[in-house]
Design a protein around this ligand. Structure first.
Ligand code: HEC
Ligand code: HEC
Length: 433
């Protein structure tokens, strides 16, 4: 119990020394490399490395910070149905990497979907995962900063869950959360700030689910030979399995990649060329089929740089970001990690406003203007400063000339990444309605 609290709280706290040493993966956290322009390929593919756990903590199977297995949860896979899962993916999409101890099954996915949409998972019964991750908004919530079930403001913008199966790192800046079932401990059990607040009613919530007939069937189908089916590890793994199915690959841009020349406008095609150009530089960080370097999939061998400073703040001229929003530096305590965040996927980005880790940019047009300027200037107030001069800013954010036509083209390209089949797919919708 003690341990779970500590761990669950760490990821959002500014400076917990114990997290500092745990990164140990310099190449994956702060370096930057030149990536060749590679529109839809992956920069990280390579021969299969098969063992999912070799890249770091898997779903509760190691003793890294962020792991929860010491709470008495079983470590291996629990008595579940054998996996007969098959991915149905287009050619330009690799298979996601699935942790060995949490294989995919249709039964677990269905259980996970029910849990994802169930407010009984919060202590006071007022909030579910879906309240901050709404399918129609590509699983974001339209707010700058969301509010948890007990009224706490969460100091980060809710992230899209589109293609989260491919995230090599989860959340905006945590270098340690490597699996979805690990990540789920945060919204469930975090106290400061509180999201679902399940930590205040762990046994009660398990009781609520155990008493429900729908769940009796769903848990039995998913974990038939497990004596203690209704457990937190089974809950987290089922939600993780559901999230791995949230795949977005049916946008107009995907149709274009698959050979349909007319799927996107001429403007969007020009915009794509700008996006992948060495003048606009976007692709260096929003790389590959998922438009983010923080991507891994089955067969990934190399860990690509996952965190960057894009010059949004420079409070005292020394590069400081606002208190509580230091990014990677909160975990590594390294000054050069100040303001470094994960590049989010740009799939469905036209639906995920407001933007950035703190929701501080309202529109896509303003995001693009900020990159063109090489960072953000804040004239007055507590956060005043010239982000263009932030000493920790990536050299890929150095500004560029952009005509009105260029801007319209780049925006048209970004809009072509909107996948309406994804935001309306009944398989991802609320099963309780
Ligand atoms: C109160 C709003 C809220 C609730 C409730 C919530 N989330 Fe989130 N979610 C967020 C925010 C904010 C972030 C970014 C957190 C950060 O960077 O520290 C996030 C990030 C994530 C990520 C990381 C995405 C990535 O790119 O790696 C996943 C996965 C996720 N949430 C899943 C869930 C699940 C599963 C639940 C329910 C158990 C849930 N969330 C409940 C707001 C919420
Ligand atoms: C040096 C790496 C880097 C480069 C180059 C880069 N980005 Fe980003 N991008 C990021 C990071 C990191 C974030 C999140 C920053 C934050 O929240 O502090 C981000 C955020 C965004 C967002 C907001 C997404 C959301 O969901 O909030 C958009 C849109 C975006 N970038 C588009 C672009 C475009 C267009 C270009 C080229 C003009 C570009 N980026 C160049 C790293 C980069």
């Amino acid at each position: 119990m003690q341990r779970i609290l500590l761990i669950a709280v760490l990821p959002l706290l500014a400076c917990a020394p114990t997290t500092g040493s745990g990164t140990g993966e310099a190449s994956g956290t702060s370096g930057e490399t030149e990536e060749p322009p590679n529109p839809m390929g992956s920069s990280t593919s390579g021969p299969s490395d098969s063992d999912a756990s070799s890249s770091g903590p898997g779903d509760g199977s190691t003793t890294e910070p962020g792991d929860v297995s010491s709470t008495g949860e079983p470590e291996g896979s629990t008595g579940e149905v054998p996996s007969t899962w098959e991915w149905d993916l287009p050619e330009h999409f690799p298979e996601p990497k699935v942790p060995e101890e949490n294989p995919m099954s249709a039964e677990k996915v269905e259980l996970g979907r029910h849990l994802f949409y169930d407010r009984r998972l919060s202590a006071n019964g007022t909030q579910s995962c879906a309240d901050c991750h709404d399918q129609t908004l590509a699983f974001t919530d339209g707010l700058s900063l969301p509010v948890g079930s007990t009224g706490d403001v969460i100091p980060r913008n809710s992230m899209s869950l589109a293609n989260v199966a491919y995230s090599s790192r989860h959340t905006w800046a945590n270098p340690l959360l490597e699996s979805l079932s690990q990540q789920a401990t945060i919204p469930l059990f975090n106290e400061i700030p509180t999201e679902l607040g399940a930590v205040f009613a762990e046994e009660e919530i398990l009781g609520r689910l155990a008493d429900d007939r729908v769940y009796a069937e769903l848990f039995e189908a998913a974990y038939p030979s497990d004596d203690e089916r209704v457990s937190w590890i089974n809950i987290r793994r089922a939600i993780a399995s559901f999230q791995r199915t949230l795949l977005s690959y049916r946008s107009p841009y995907d149709a274009f990649i698959a050979g349909d020349e007319d799927a996107v406008s001429e403007s969007a095609k020009r915009g794509a060329n700008l996006f992948f150009s060495e003048i606009f530089e976007c692709h260096h960080c929003h790389n590959g089929f998922n438009f983010t370097n923080a991507t891994e999939h089955a067969g990934t061998v190399f860990d690509t740089p996952a965190f960057f400073n894009t010059g949004l703040y420079n409070i005292d001229g020394n590069g400081t970001y606002p208190e509580g929003g230091w990014g990677l530096a909160e975990f590594t305590l390294e000054p050069q990690d100040m303001g470094k965040f994960k590049p989010p996927t740009l799939r469905n980005v036209a639906l995920t406003a407001p933007y950035m880790h703190d929701g501080s940019i309202a529109t896509l047009e303003e995001v693009v203007d900020t990159y063109a300027a090489g960072g953000r200037v804040i004239e007055e107030g507590p956060n005043a400063g010239d982000g263009r001069d932030n000493p920790y800013k990536s050299s890929f954010v150095s500004g560029f000339e952009m005509s009105e036509q260029d801007k319209a083209d780049l925006l048209a390209f970004l809009e072509s990444l909107t996948d309406e089949d994804f935001t309306t797919d009944p398989a991802f919708a609320n099963p309780w309605e």
